[in-house]
Design a binder for this molecule. Sequence first.
Ligand SMILES: *Cc1c(COP(=O)(O)O)cnc(C)c1O
Length: 432
Amino acid sequence: MSKIDLAFDSKHIWHPYTSMSEPLPCYPVKSANGVKLQLEDGQELIDGMSSWWAVLHGYNHPVMNEAIKAQLEQVSHVMFGGITHQPAVDLAQKLIDIMPSNLECVFLADSGSVAVEVALKMAFQYWHAKGEFRHRVLSLSHAYHGDTFGAMAVCDPANSMHSLYGDYLPNHLFADTFTVGFDEAWHDSAADNLRELFKTHHQELFAVIAEPIVQGAGGMRFYHPNYLKVLRELCDETGVLLILDEIATGFGRTGKFLACEHAGIEPDILCLGKALTGGYLTLSATLTTRHVAETISNGEAKCFMHGPTFMGNPLACAAANASLSLLDNGQWQENVHRIEAQLKRELLAPLKKNPHIQDVRVLGAIGVVELKQSVNQAHIQEYFVENGVWIRPFNKLVYIMPPFVTSKEELSQLTGTLVKLLQRDDFSKFVL
Ligand SMILES: *Cc1c(COP(=O)(O)O)cnc(C)c1O
């Protein structure tokens, strides 16, 4: 049996956020089943990452596999210009049914970053069609919205190194870091900064963009639902469009189907990605209201100016339809609540007083341990793999967000391995 050539890989293939001159080790995965990744040498790892928020039902799921195979034999791809197909129509129908009721126009693209680009362009074109050239967006500190230039420009300036790109990035506005966590006591002055920014700048703004409740790759932070409510109110008062990026939070991860349900609000534009296909194929959707869509379409351009080659890919749509049908019975909710309770028992309680940690927090199927120091990526990864789990920290954050079908025992192995690491006498080996 052929071996994956790791030397070739490290010499020639970029991995996410890595160096070509000093690449970090990569582990060769041969197959994956349920919540387990099989390495080439036969070792099994319990997946604590859901392949970055994407995998919900586990790997190699028979219903998912069947749906994709069936579509493969019909048509795997066809251009979307002037052509449509059943998987796309079914998916749009399903999304319109289950997403906030004001959203009824769907744009299907191929990744989360592109969904964000599309959302920003929709909002920009909306104002342009109304005869106004508005050039700025209000975003949040610690935001993450993707890696393409438009998306990067609304990411936290420090995390995404805006200074590196200089004048090449548009100069958007960023709200101060929020001060009230998800389950802390709300006080109205916590939104004063937002009100100030709106007062001074609302006429420049074509949109506000936010990850609702959970900020992901920009720091795994959970904020208070009222903060989001205030954003909605400020947008309503001024006509600025509210874009919610639910690419990470959508499809149940935070305990609600969409994270914006925690605040009981609806966006003008919604971005979905990651778990949209249950983690099987790359696909994103940007949804908006009839009002926004018609305003754009009646503007000077007469159309929305975007159209990716693989738009509405039938295989990806078939995967999304299968994933949504698996979510239909509502079982996910029980699973996420079970995982949340277990993460609270097995992470929050034992780690509260641990000297190495800054904070530990849990929401839905997300458990975050924020360390005082950044991890030594190579060492800590090796420790996890030796202990049969796949947990991939970044900077000071070690977090667990398992597929919803993870069993009690499997989750205990993930939390137990993490807690044991933090209790080791030689813990300093694993941080920088
Ligand atoms: C991952 C992510 C994106 C980018 O999605 P890609 O598919 O990686 O381009 C955008 N926004 C949020 C909140 C994300 O978590």
